[in-house]
Ligand binder design. Structure first.
Ligand code: HEM
Length: 246
């Protein structure tokens, strides 16, 4: 649901302005670079990046619905290919926007999101490699890892909001994302979901009831933090953007 609200935000904010030709309106939000008059290549890459973000996120969510997977396996396979291709496109366009266009708030925040991009590329390659070799179980594990890192940008927004809500205000954050909390949250946005997925897999394998219980408690706690973050991001970031006058 949290990713669905993110999709609604992207379509309702960037989609609407792009469809009506109001490209300068991308900057109605606090973007780093956004629309720059005369920079046609940069503007096109920005538009592709943000609009494909909505398609990739929607496609990723659909992959996780068990009923869809069971009843429409052909759709699941094709949607998986679309997700992977879009995740790679997002990583490449994001890396370009960061280092060629120069859309970064600080070197450290640029480097952190770039590591996220590089992991997307590596995990996508692994997902394909194991699918081609028909190692389906391993392929599925890499596909889930890919989903986790491809959701990093979403987790970052959710994580920041959860952090600010739980601390009742920013703590260790600053405008250029160089505060200790910013760095921690940025790295956690893809490393923590990855770690949580590995712990969850270990929890499924173990025979120890107490370990399983510990994993259950951890997953429940992370779910609660995600819920708080999604509530905050929806209430303070995404839904207000939909009512920003054009
Ligand atoms: C793969 C998942 C990704 C998604 C879903 C995503 C989504 C978005 C969205 C929605 C925006 C618009 C800003 C906003 O309204 O929040 C954006 C901007 C941007 N993204 Fe991504 N992104 C992804 C990956 C990346 C990666 C890996 C990088 C860098 C390596 C990156 C770099 C950027 C840059 C530089 C901007 C422009 C910032 C600005 O000018 O304000 N993105 N992205």
């Amino acid at each position: 649901m949290g990713q669905a609200i993110f999709v609604i935000y992207i379509l309702g904010f960037y989609g609407l302005r792009t469809a009506t030709g109001d490209y300068a309106g991308w900057n109605d939000r606090q973007v780093i670079t956004g629309h720059v008059a005369g920079d046609d290549v940069g503007n096109v890459v920005f538009a592709l990046h943000v609009l494909l973000a909505a398609v990739m996120t929607a496609s990723g969510v659909l992959q996780l619905i068990p009923a869809l997977r069971r009843r429409f396996p052909a759709f699941h396979r094709w949607n998986g290919r679309v997700f992977l291709a879009l995740a790679v496109t997002m990583a490449l366009s994001g890396l370009w926007a960061t280092w060629v266009r120069g859309s970064y708030l600080s070197i450290i925040s640029g480097l952190s999101v770039s590591l996220n991009g590089v992991l997307i590329l590596i995990f996508a390659a692994q997902t394909i490699r194991h699918a081609v070799a028909r190692r389906i179980a391993v392929h599925e594990v890499w596909a889930m890892r890919l989903f986790m890192v491809a959701s990093g940008v979403w987790f970052f927004r959710v994580g920041i909001m959860a952090w600010v809500i739980l601390n009742q205000g920013p703590r260790g954050n600053n405008e250029t994302l160089t505060g200790p909390a910013d760095i921690g949250l940025s790295l956690s946005s893809y490393l923590l979901p990855l770690a949580a997925y590995e712990i969850y897999r270990a929890g499924k394998r173990t025979k120890s009831a107490s370990l399983r219980l510990a994993v259950m408690v951890l997953v429940a706690a992370l779910t609660l933090v995600t819920l708080i973050g999604v509530g905050g991001a929806a209430a303070f970031m995404w839904l207000p953007a939909l009512t920003t006058p054009q």
